[in-house]
Design a protein around this ligand. Structure first.
Ligand SMILES: *[C@@H]1O[C@H](CO)[C@@H](O)[C@H](O)[C@H]1NC(C)=O
Ligand SMILES: *[C@@H]1O[C@H](CO)[C@@H](O)[C@H](O)[C@H]1NC(C)=O
Length: 138
């Protein structure tokens, strides 16, 4: 049997609170998303060197270079970091960090890793940009 249960004032205020919080959340989302997109100038400079066909030998020092000919006026994260990637996996190996992403080049020491021709670098600033795959040999 269906019995009509009148809404108590407690139930009413709970429902009201729910409506208010969902509205608040909705407005927060609606306003936060475009504002954040405006604010953030994502800068993912293409890595120029190493490129396809590059061969590095362990222990060498090389200048990693990237294109800074175009960049946003205000960059969210100017601090760069270079990490080694093998195949499809970004290794935890950091070759260089704490440099200005607008320098366009930074010296790195070739780490002692298993020889392979499927290495690449990830240049992190605002987000990561991959170099082409190249070889590291012993
Ligand atoms: C990297 O570039 C700088 C500036 O051009 C140069 O002085 C330095 O010798 C280079 N390093 C290597 C390992 O080529
Ligand atoms: C860049 O940042 C400066 C200082 O915060 C600000 O005055 C300027 O309007 C910003 N420019 C752009 C294009 O966002």
């Amino acid at each position: 049997m269906f019995t009509y249960a009148p809404m108590t004032s407690q139930m009413f205020s709970k429902a009201l609170l729910l409506i208010f919080t969902s509205f608040a959340l909705f407005f927060q989302l609606a306003t936060a998303v475009p504002a954040e997109m405006e604010k953030r100038d994502v800068f993912t400079p293409p890595v120029l060197y190493p490129h396809a066909g590059t061969v590095w030998y362990k222990g060498q020092t090389h200048n990693v270079t990237w294109d800074v000919s175009w960049h946003p006026v205000n960059i969210t994260n100017k601090i760069g970091r270079i990490q080694l990637r093998k195949g499809e996996i970004t290794t935890p190996l950091i070759l260089q960090a704490g440099f200005d992403i607008l320098l366009g080049r930074i010296e790195v020491h070739v780490p002692w890793v298993e020889p392979g021709d499927d290495y690449s670098l990830v240049l992190f600033g605002d987000s990561g940009d991959f170099s082409a795959q190249f070889a590291i040999l012993e």
